[in-house]
Design a protein around this ligand. Structure first.
Ligand code: FAD
Length: 277
């Protein structure tokens, strides 16, 4: 089936993209890598959108080092996240995650900003940035906002980005010396969306644990984090299984996803404690 878009325009600058978005009467849709949006248009899950193509805005791409972290442009591709030396050294959770995302062609076109704005509850990057404690940067014609990741993901495919705003990038803290970061998931086939997944970060001041594909949005498992800080893995698994409410669908039942979440937490913790993270 052919895509059903209501129009297309390529933005020449971020300002130009924001102006076109404002002029589109609510029908404007930002097009980044197109790996989710074009599929939705082809399937007629979305129709009549005026596509505002930001994919060539170099100002939204790339990774830079800041005083206390990394700033990652929204248009940085999954492939670049996977091989960028700054990310591999200072936010290895993100580069590890790329190995689980789809296939090479999709990783070459898909962008981290697109994945975060799309907010698929089964996607890896939203859970990674939640575990890392990132800050999301958005810009509109009236100025910019910084959104703590805990406030960013609101519901299935819903974020705190408001109409007329574009996600310009994100900041993540640099891993401290000795910090461990690990992502583990179970999918039916390599490259498929996960049935369940876990991101675990261990810092000097404690653990951060997030999950994906076990609810309508990525979840920070705060009860399990407390138990992990106390070195109580059985308590952490119990707390985790109590604080998620996974869906049943054609891929897996809620009970199986809840069981997987516990298994994956044990695997992630073992990798961290075994020095394999
Ligand atoms: C076959 C297949 C398998 C896949 N498997 C996985 C997988 O296993 N794991 C995974 O995580 N993902 C997977 N994906 C999704 C892929 O990672 C997408 O690239 C990503 O979700 C969207 O990024 P994009 O740049 O292509 O965004 P687009 O498709 O261009 O946009 C997606 C949505 O985000 C909005 N948007 C994009 N950029 C911005 C911005 N800067 N500001 C505001 N809004 C914006 C768009 O308007 C649109 O609503 C898969 C996709 C396909 C087609």
């Amino acid at each position: 089936m052919k895509a059903s878009a209501g129009g297309y325009a390529r933005a020449s600058s971020l300002r130009n993209a924001l102006e076109m978005l404002a002029a589109s009467d609510g029908n404007g849709r930002v097009l980044a890598g197109g790996q989710s949006l074009v599929a939705a248009l082809n399937l007629r899950l979305s129709a009549g959108d005026v596509l505002i193509d930001i994919s060539r805005l170099s100002e939204l791409s790339g990774v830079t080092e800041t005083q206390d972290g990394l700033r990652i442009g929204a248009l940085t591709s999954h492939a670049e996240i996977g091989c960028n030396p700054l990310i591999r050294q200072s936010a290895p959770l993100l580069s590890q995650a790329v190995e689980f995302i789809a296939h090479a062609a999709i990783r070459n076109r898909g962008t981290i900003g697109g994945a975060l704005a799309h907010a698929d509850p089964a996607a890896e990057f939203p859970a990674c940035v939640l575990a890392l404690g990132a800050t999301l940067h958005v810009e509109g014609l009236n100025g910019s906002r910084d959104i703590p990741v805990e406030d960013f993901f609101q519901d299935i495919f819903e974020t705190a980005i408001e109409e007329g705003e574009i996600l310009t990038g994100l900041s993540v803290p640099k891993a401290e010396p000795g910090e461990k970061q690990v992502i583990v998931e179970v999918a039916r086939r390599s490259g498929d969306y996960a049935l369940a997944g876990v991101c675990l970060v261990k810092r000097a001041d404690g653990h951060r644990l997030s999950l994906f594909s076990v609810g309508p949005k990525p979840i920070l498992a705060e009860g399990a984090m407390v138990a992990l800080d106390q070195g109580n893995i059985d308590g952490a698994v119990q707390a985790l299984q109590a604080e998620i409410d996974p869906p049943s669908d054609t891929q897996a039942s809620a009970a199986y996803r809840r069981h997987l979440a516990g298994v994956l937490l044990r695997r992630a913790a073992a990798r961290i404690e075994g020095g394999n993270a």
